[in-house]
Design a protein around this ligand. Structure first.
Ligand SMILES: Cc1cc2nc3c(=O)[nH]c(=O)nc-3n(C[C@H](O)[C@H](O)[C@H](O)COP(=O)(O)OP(=O)(O)OC[C@H]3O[C@@H](n4cnc5c(N)ncnc54)[C@H](O)[C@@H]3O)c2cc1C
Length: 471
């Protein structure tokens, strides 16, 4: 499917006509995949993982590595990589708290440990990638956040990061331009370590390869329809066969059907991205982007952007679209109004790249929760563990969360399990229709704050209550 984007008169100088394919670039450029067979006969297992995104795949790898004798089965509703894990921006970032400010705001007493755990998790992922020679276009680029308006807190953030063990430096306007030639931004922060970019879909396929090599039995196109607690074991229903399992980890992201209580905490929010054609070497040179850092802007409605291995630019973010009653649909993954806005904002930021066209546009659902970080729990008399609420920063955090979900079953002594971060839940979202109205009101207030630099009463109140909204 493709559209011709329309030109708006006021943007005639910058908004180009583009022929964009509505498809996930990462998957589209990967080529054919061979799914594992579906589950067609009954099976008995020590551990069942439900969902084959990063969280489920890491859970299976961590289980098989810690206990090779353990039988581990993974059931995925569709194909591995079809969820958010195969279609995200590919920013691998160490933070477990959705940035240091959120960490200070919500977990001040545990911040030092959480920062250390985040860096350790990042380093272990890098070691894993290197040791297993993962073919995922991994680049340890560092990251730059850039700001549209001057804010003294920005240089303070660099100080705070350094104080907490993450190297960071404040960038003046000129220094930003030396890293990336871009319009509309005044200063920024560079964090040269603990931030990388990768091809997210390739990452899912490589994690699948490693899991299979370790002996994990993966069944694709095998949705779990029900998990039933039968006293000493779980009975799991899939369309063609039942699974009997001692334990399970539910890793289904925005899909909360198997643990309905999760619906209280999760709002699926759609986030979108565009991909350009590859830059010519002259275009690339003109960007000053030789450091190839992953970039994002510091706003409530923020853009994230990065280079691919073949020097395309992924340009995403800004809109965060919630549908009434937590609705999820493949149809929501294409949104012309958002693609138009992304195009418009891209050419405003990079007017000198006006010849550059876009090839792909797609979207995906983010499991947003009010504290912006994963949270954990159990159900079915403790036989099921889960993590959810990654809120747009799950590429690295899913691995840490897989360690937690595994430890909940098999390593209760791990001190991290007793932290507030792991043991507390976020504030629940209100029921509908208040949920929808509150999210829409918050979005309007966030947009206004971006324009004016001032939080309105609604935002001040929600922040005081630590009731956040982000994508
Ligand atoms: C557009 C976009 C950009 C993003 N960019 C970034 C980024 O740059 N950096 C970052 O850190 N994070 C990013 N994220 C977030 C990140 O992708 C997610 O946090 C992460 O992939 C979540 O992994 P997961 O395994 O929990 O979910 P998923 O990858 O969605 O996997 C869940 C799987 O469970 C399966 N499933 C659901 N129900 C069932 C069932 N009943 N039975 C069996 N299987 C089931 C689904 O089919 C799916 O494959 C982005 C997300 C989106 C959508």
């Amino acid at each position: 499917m493709s559209i011709k984007t329309t030109q708006r008169p006021e943007h005639r100088a910058t908004l180009k006509q583009s022929s964009i394919k509505f498809a996930n670039f990462w998957k589209d450029s990967y080529g054919a995949v061979s799914p594992t067979p579906s589950l067609t006969s009954p099976i008995d297992t020590d551990l069942l993982i439900v969902g084959g995104g990063y969280f489920g795949l890491w859970s299976s790898i961590i289980a098989k590595t810690a206990a090779p004798e353990m039988k581990v089965v993974l059931c995925e509703a569709g194909a591995i990589g079809d969820g958010a894990s195969g279609k995200n921006g590919g920013f691998l970032q160490y933070s477990l708290t959705h940035g240091i400010e959120q960490g200070i705001d919500r977990f001040k007493d545990e911040l030092t440990e959480l920062e250390e755990l985040g860096r350790e998790n990042f380093s272990e992922i890098v070691q894993f990638i290197q040791k297993n020679d993962l073919d995922i276009d991994f680049e340890e680029t560092g990251a730059i956040e850039i700001a549209k308006r001057r804010d003294p807190n920005l240089s303070l953030r660099a100080v705070t990061l350094n104080e907490n063990g993450t190297e960071a430096s404040y960038l003046t306007s000129q220094e930003v331009q030396d890293h990336i030639k871009i319009d509309g931004y005044v200063d920024g922060i560079l964090t040269p370590k603990y931030s990388a970019v990768l091809d997210p879909f390739k990452f899912t396929q490589e994690l699948k390869r490693i899991a299979l090599n370790l002996g994990v039995e993966i069944f694709e196109y095998s949705p779990v329809l029900e998990v039933q607690d039968d006293d000493s074991y779980l009975t799991i229903t899939t369309p063609l066969a039942k699974v009997t399992a001692k334990r399970a980890i539910v890793a289904t992201n925005v899909n909360t059907e198997l643990i309905p209580s999760l619906r209280r905490y999760i709002a699926p929010v759609y986030d979108y991205a565009l991909m350009t054609e590859p830059l010519t070497s002259e275009q690339f040179k003109s960007t000053n982007w030789s450091g190839r850092e992953g970039l994002s802007d510091i706003a409530n409605q923020f853009h994230y952007f990065r280079l691919t291995a073949d020097n395309r630019i992924l340009w995403g973010g800004y809109d965060a679209i919630y549908h009434f009653r937590n609705a999820i649909s493949r149809d929501f993954e294409v949104r012309s109004a958002t693609f138009e806005r992304l195009l418009h904002n891209f050419y405003r930021a990079f007017p000198y790249l006006e010849e550059l066209t876009f090839t792909h546009g797609w979207g995906g659902a983010i499991d947003t929760c009010t504290r912006f970080t994963p949270f954990f729990g159990t159900s079915h008399s403790g036989k099921v563990s889960y993590a959810s609420g990654f809120t747009g920063l799950g590429v690295a955090a899913t691995r840490f969360s897989a360690k937690v979900a595994f430890a909940i079953h098999f390593d209760r002594d791990w001190s991290v399990l007793h932290s507030r971060y792991v043991s507390e839940k976020p504030l629940p979202m209100p029921p509908e229709p208040i949920r929808y109205l509150a999210i829409e009101k918050t979005k309007r207030s966030l947009a206004k704050e971006d324009q004016t630099g001032r939080a309105d009463l609604w935002l001040k109140a929600t922040r005081r209550l630590k009731f956040g909204f982000a994508s």
